[in-house]
Design a protein around this ligand. Structure first.
Ligand code: FES
Length: 99
């Protein structure tokens, strides 16, 4: 079981069909790799999801508890997002919705 005590950000990575066609697997792998490189496995938790209903904005990633939705994410954007989250910031250039 995963220890969630130190988790500060939960990143939902859309692995629905439309996002996967647009590179969802590559985004997922790059983002997770950057988390490992940053040693942030305890503070940034990721979960693959099915379609989040915003296929036109794929690849979609959503970060809680901030409730920020990111669209048209590339693997490099995923790496940049991890670096921002680690610094307590967001990747404003890719955000299309805030809760
Ligand atoms: S498949 Fe990702 S939002 Fe629909």
């Amino acid at each position: 079981m995963i220890d969630l005590a130190g988790v500060k950000n939960h990143v939902l990575l859309c692995n629905g069909d439309s996002c996967m066609i647009r590179g969802g697997e590559e985004l997922t792998q790059a983002l997770r790799d950057e988390i490992a490189l940053a040693g942030a496995q305890r503070s940034i938790h990721t979960t693959r999801t099915r379609c989040n209903g915003h296929c036109a904005d794929g690849c979609v990633a959503i970060v809680y508890p901030a409730g920020v939705w990111y669209g048209r994410m590339t693997p490099e954007d995923g790496r940049a997002l991890v670096r921002r989250l680690k610094a307590g910031e967001h990747l404003d250039s890719m955000a299309f919705h805030r809760m």
